[in-house]
Write a new protein. Structure first.
Length: 84
């Protein structure tokens, strides 16, 4: 693993970790009034495209970060629809 792969893994961890408090708070409170369905839906699609790109490049940081973020953002979209 080279220096840039380590940088990528650290970046993936930080950006993914910064997203998770929103997921946990929304799950705990069931309050989705502050979430934009349009934003999270387009965000999810963008993350899935980044995931596909990361898979194509065989980039572990991109695959890990975008897999977790895709699942998290899909979870928020589902909760937004469920708890309108």
């Amino acid at each position: 693993m080279d220096f840039y792969e380590v940088i990528g893994l650290v970046a993936a961890f930080i950006t993914t970790a910064s997203f998770l408090p929103q997921v946990f708070k929304t799950y705990k409170t069931k309050d989705t009034s502050g979430l934009s369905l349009t934003m999270y839906t387009t965000f999810f699609v963008g993350i899935v495209l980044w995931l596909i790109y990361g898979i194509h490049l065989k980039s572990l940081p991109m695959i890990l970060a975008n897999s977790i973020t895709a699942i998290s953002s899909l979870f928020l979209v589902i909760m937004k629809l469920k708890y309108k």
